[in-house]
Design a protein around this ligand. Structure first.
Ligand SMILES: [Zn+2]
Ligand SMILES: [Zn+2]
Length: 348
């Protein structure tokens, strides 16, 4: 089969031929229908080096995958050959208390996981290939009726990650509240739809790119703000001067975090989802009272089922741009040059 491999750190991936995977006991092989190209893969290719994470190349990229069950190993009864499924991408030990809650992102026993603190496309082979080996049947989630793999694939990360971030702030997203979305890219434009589908908050979206703000408006954002010196004032004005109950930063740079602190309201949440690695000073005087600042990472297995339900009902539909596997390297180049509006999905 064909597979897009990251062969070494600080390099572009290569399309190579590999043997078709064969499932062992309890395992599933998925014929890939869609594999999302994530901005974090660019960090894997260009920024990471030895020691940054407890795993390394070579491995097949793609941690945002859906397809059809192609083959199952001995003992697998939860899915059948031909069934459409999404792949939950964070692979924990499956047995610790957190994994039993489906929160394998924060597995308590990573040494017992297939790879510590990784998954398919993150240390082990991912879905930018004709087939993907999934090490345990619990990690594939059947697609609800009405959802095909190309539309489901981005929901497993570009959908699941903002869903998890928004869900933990649900109690603050009351009808008179405001949510600010910073960055309307692959995750941010889906975040707007999730806010719209699951809360009654007013939505303000900030981006540097006018095309991203046009997409934000199409996704249901109430107010669009161009990033820049006047952005904080415009956001505060949109909240009647009070500030926003929840700020979701899908960039995570110094400037966007400063904007978050300047616009979040007392008792609010400032949630850092983007991995640009910026910092923000926190002191008694620098942040409004009782603001919680947190990072989030991906989401849980039960949350994936919830996001797929939103997708099947048409309430959340990532904007998808498809590329063939032969064009995957080009897709990542376009992503790096900020030429992709919505989510690039590789369709082998
Ligand atoms: Zn990702
Ligand atoms: Zn675990």
């Amino acid at each position: 089969m064909r597979a897009l491999r990251l062969q070494e750190w600080k390099s572009e991936p290569e399309l190579v031929e590999l043997p078709d995977p064969v499932p062992g006991p309890g395992q599933v092989v998925v014929r890939i229908g869609g594999a999302g190209a994530c901005h974090s893969d660019l960090h894997l290719m260009h920024d990471f080096g030895a020691g940054a994470v407890p795993w390394g190349p070579p491995f097949t990229l793609g941690h945002e995958n859906a397809g059809w069950v192609h083959a199952v190993g001995d003992g697998v009864t939860s899915v059948a050959v031909g069934q459409p499924v999404a792949v939950y991408g964070a692979w924990g030990c499956g047995a610790c208390p957190r994994c039993r809650l489906g929160m394998e992102t924060y597995c308590g026993n990573p040494a017992a996981a297939p790879v510590p603190a990784g998954g398919g496309g993150l240390g082990l082979d991912g879905g930018m290939a004709d087939y993907q080996l999934v090490p345990d049947a619990r990690l594939v989630v059947p697609l609800p009726d009405g959802l095909d793999p190309v539309r489901a694939a981005p929901l497993t990360d570009a959908g699941l990650t903002p869903y998890h971030a928004i869900r933990r702030s649900w109690s603050k997203l009351t009808p008179e509240s405001t949510a600010v979305v910073i960055g309307a890219g692959g995750l941010g434009h889906v975040a707007i739809q999730i806010l719209k589908a699951t809360t009654a908050a007013r939505i303000v979206t900030v981006d540097t790119d006018p095309a991203a703000l046009t997409l934000a408006e199409a996704c249901g954002s109430d107010t669009m703000v161009r990033a820049g010196d006047s952005a904080a004032g415009e956001i505060r004005a949109a909240t009647g001067g009070r500030g926003a109950e929840v700020v979701l930063d899908f960039v995570g740079a110094d400037a966007t975090l400063a904007l978050g602190v300047a616009t979040v309201r007392t008792l609010g949440d400032l949630t850092i989802v983007g991995i640009a690695g910026g910092t923000v000073p926190v002191s008694f005087f620098s942040v409004p009272y009782e603001v919680s600042i947190q990072t989030t990472y991906w989401g849980s297995l039960p949350e994936l089922a919830e996001v797929l339900d939103l997708g099947a009902r048409g309430l959340v539909e990532p904007r998808v741009v498809t590329f063939g596997l032969d064009d995957a390297v080009s897709a990542y180049r376009q992503l790096r040059e900020a030429k992709v509006h919505g989510r690039a999905v590789i369709v082998p």
